[in-house]
Design a protein around this ligand. Structure first.
Ligand code: AMP
Ligand code: ZN
Ligand code: FE
Ligand code: FE
Length: 280
């Protein structure tokens, strides 16, 4: 179905959180740019997990299609549980070494998870090669391998049965602290935004602490958020005087029938655009 290009007044169709095949998304950076265009998105950020390796391709494709492109990253941090911090408007070249170091961590973690899957008889010996070839190997890749092997019927079931914290294939991740993730983004000239706080049950005191550590904003609208969570994080952001963001956290779908982008309120976009130095 082709989505209507009509959008509500005082909104801009934007996507500030998306994943390509450089991490766990299903489309290449160029295909993503095309998807954005087809969805009527005028500006977008590629925010692959712990890597900026897709940004150059995405930038080039966006330029050819007349789209505004914002280089980004989604950094995995650890603070009692995994917390994701988006870096928007980063300089990808300043994060190359960071990506290489995180890839090493991710490769090691995947080796251990795959080894366990083989020991448990869930996957065949030799499966590691395919899993490790990804630029930023993650649990969704292992989840898809479990689906392909007929062990589970969906990625969601793979997480529920094996990959969530405490699951048989779960390996504790060696991610940096939230404060360190914020500093990394700052050092790459980016704007730091806490991703999906509702999903990770972030409370006001914790958010205030991260703002003291330099956090610039919070993603108030995310597919995992209920209406009351949206209202709650909007209120917290206003109280703390930080930026507000919104996204669909686009990963693509196997049939290719999903659409990125949402109708971003101009009142929310303007302060972000100013910080990012983006003009339409
Ligand atoms: P990783 O960075 O390897 O820990 O993988 C995290 C990614 O897995 C998240 O960004 C989500 O895209 C995906 N994910 C996490 N939990 C689930 C879940 N329950 N079902 C489906 N995907 C999930
Ligand atoms: Zn993801
Ligand atoms: Fe995330
Ligand atoms: Fe994400």
């Amino acid at each position: 179905m082709v989505q209507s290009k009509k959008k509500p007044a005082n909104t801009l169709r934007i996507e500030l959180h998306s994943h390509s095949t450089q991490s766990d998304g299903l489309h290449t950076p160029s295909q993503l740019a095309q998807k954005m265009r087809e969805s009527g998105v005028v500006g977008w950020a590629l925010t692959d997990h712990d890597t900026t390796s897709g940004c150059a391709e995405a930038q080039k494709a966006s330029q050819e299609l007349g789209l505004v492109f914002i280089p980004g990253i989604e950094i995995s941090a650890q603070e009692g549980r995994t917390i994701h911090i988006l870096g928007l408007g980063v300089d990808p070249n300043l994060l190359t070494d960071y990506g290489v170091a995180r890839r090493q961590d991710r490769v090691r973690r995947m080796e251990l998870m795959a080894e366990r899957a083989v020991e448990l008889g869930l996957l065949e010996e030799g499966v590691q090669g395919g899993l490790l070839k990804h630029e930023s190997p993650g649990r969704p890749h292992l989840a898809r391998a479990l689906v392909d092997a007929g062990v589970v019927s969906s990625v969601a079931e793979a997480f529920e049965q094996y990959l969530k914290p405490g699951g048989k294939l779960y390996i504790e991740s060696p991610w940096p602290s939230v404060s360190s993730a914020i500093s990394t983004i700052k050092s790459a000239n980016g704007v730091s935004v806490l991703a999906h706080p509702g999903k990770d049950r972030v409370e006001e005191g914790e958010l205030a602490k991260w703002v003291e550590q330099g956090l610039d904003g919070v993603e108030v609208m995310h597919p995992s958020h209920t209406e009351s969570e949206i209202a709650r994080y909007r209120r917290m952001a206003d109280l703390l005087g930080i930026l507000k963001s919104a996204s669909t956290d686009y990963h693509g779908t196997p049939k290719g029938d999903s659409r990125p982008g949402l109708d971003f309120p101009v009142s929310m976009w303007t302060p972000l655009a100013e910080r990012l130095g983006v003009v339409f």
